[in-house]
Design a protein around this ligand. Structure first.
Ligand code: S3P
Length: 441
């Protein structure tokens, strides 16, 4: 990966029209590769996200002796080696920008016979890993972090794991998943209790691979010592990527788009609930099941949005969508208050600080609070320059601001858009956004 930086330049105005399908779900794509590699037999997936984050996961398994054909045009085939078939990698595994890859891999690697090391890019190297290292060590793993619980993670192999019961201190699907994946290798029944519902793809997909997972109330349980059986997976379009277009079409006068085959897992649809409360016009069409996940086509038309108090229970269900939702809030009549969202401070960037700074750079009254933000909406964006801080979701959220702007908007440092949404600029341009790429600094 080169160090070259790129900026987005977005011209004011335009509307989003037509039908489009955004790339595959990132969470499901990572898990498809991980579970496929650990299963017995050949797993095939369609619609896989070919973003850099997922390719890091693919490369990590290749480095541990797993044959992966593709991905090409969303199709990938993985020759599973079984839970005990991975080989020691020759070098540290580089997870790039991906917190999901690093945290879930920590759970898998904790149960292996060999030593391993997980490293990441400068953003990932600042993110908290004690949240996985500490409970995994309680299971008998030996994972060392850097000062302050940061990466790299050095994982000693050959440790016998025993199941624990663990109450998550923060709602985190990544920590839950890391413990469940380690639980596959542990003696006894691992039980993870969540303080609030988070995305449940690991639970669903383990079942899809034939593994018994019990869910009762807020607790997920599984017992170690079983086997995963290869399966076929249809990855839906990522609702977190669709979110930029849901917001863009809601704020752009004259917009009317259909987003096809969007994943509608109930633990992911907070963005629809929140936009609905704000008065967005989103129709759910052709709702159906596909490969164990609900999907639908979403028709979005421009509407007058109003500011709201975002219900705190929706926060974990929309955790990746707040940069986009706060851009919507800036276009809404009245005040929007986000609270209970301190987790946003430890994403690919501090998304509370980055979003507030971006909104202010475009002339919006946005006030940070320790756990959220207060945005006074109602007007249009002013021309300005937004620092994405290398965060893909900040970059794409502010690209949509162009649809309601009085002048051009520059967004800096947008290369990491490729981690979750390769082809974003082309797709957005085809839909009607006046966006171009510039060589940057
Ligand atoms: C993810 C869980 C969430 C989310 C991330 C993907 C996953 O992170 O923000 O983009 O695939 O499990 P946390 O578990 O840190 O909330």
């Amino acid at each position: 990966m080169s160090d070259s930086r790129i900026d987005f330049l977005v011209q004011p105005g335009g509307a989003l029209v037509g039908r489009l399908r955004v790339p595959g779900d990132k969470s499901i794509s990572h898990r498809s590769v991980m579970l496929g590699a650990l299963a017995e037999g050949r797993t095939a997936a369609e619609g896989l996200l070919e973003g850099e984050d997922v390719l890091r996961t693919v490369n990590a398994f290749r480095a541990m002796g797993v044959r992966v054909d593709g991905p090409r045009a969303g199709h990938v085939e993985i020759e599973g080696v079984g839970l005990h078939g991975l080989k020691a990698p020759a070098a540290p595994l580089d997870m790039g920008n991906s917190g999901t890859a690093m945290r879930l891999m920590a759970g898998i690697l904790a149960g292996q016979a060999f030593d391993s090391e997980l490293v990441g890019d400068p953003s990932l190297s600042k993110r908290p890993m004690k949240r996985v290292a500490e409970p995994l060590n309680r299971m008998g793993a030996e994972i060392r972090t850097e000062e302050g619980g940061r990466p790299p993670l050095r994982i000693s192999g050959g440790r016998a794991l025993s199941a624990i019961r663990y109450a998550l201190p923060v709602p985190s699907a990544q920590v839950k998943s890391a413990l469940l994946l380690a639980g596959l290798y542990a003696k006894g029944e691992t039980a993870v209790t969540e303080p609030a519902p988070t995305r449940d793809h690991t639970e669903r997909m383990l079942r899809g691979f034939g593994y018994a997972v019990e869910v009762s109330g807020s607790t997920v349980r599984l017992s170690g010592g079983g086997r995963l059986k290869a399966c076929r997976i249809d990855v839906p379009a990522d609702i977190s990527s669709a979110a930029f277009f849901l917001v863009g079409a809601s704020i752009a006068p004259g917009a009317d788009i259909v987003l096809e085959h969007v994943g509608m897992n109930p633990t992911r649809v907070g963005v629809l609930t929140i936009l609905g409360l704000m008065g967005a016009d989103i129709g759910i069409e052709n709702a159906r099941e596909s490969g164990g996940e609900p999907v639908a086509d979403l028709r979005v038309r421009a509407s007058r949005l109003r500011g709201i108090r975002i219900p705190p229970e929706q926060v974990p269900l929309a955790i990746d969508e707040f940069p986009a939702l706060l851009v919507a809030a800036a276009c809404a009549e009245g005040e929007t208050v986000l609270s209970g969202a301190e987790e946003l401070r430890v994403k690919e960037s501090d998304r509370i600080a980055a979003t507030a700074a971006g909104l202010r750079a475009l002339g919006i009254d946005a006030r940070e609070t320790p756990d959220g933000m207060i945005v006074r909406g109602g007007g249009a964006f002013r021309s300005g320059t937004v620092e994405s801080l290398g965060d893909h979701r900040i970059a794409m959220a502010f690209a949509m601001a162009g649809l309601r702007s009085q002048g051009p908007i520059t967004i800096r440092d947008c290369k990491n858009v490729d981690t979750s949404f390769p082809g974003f600029v082309e797709l957005a341009r085809r839909a009607g956004l006046g966006i171009t790429i510039r060589g940057g600094r």
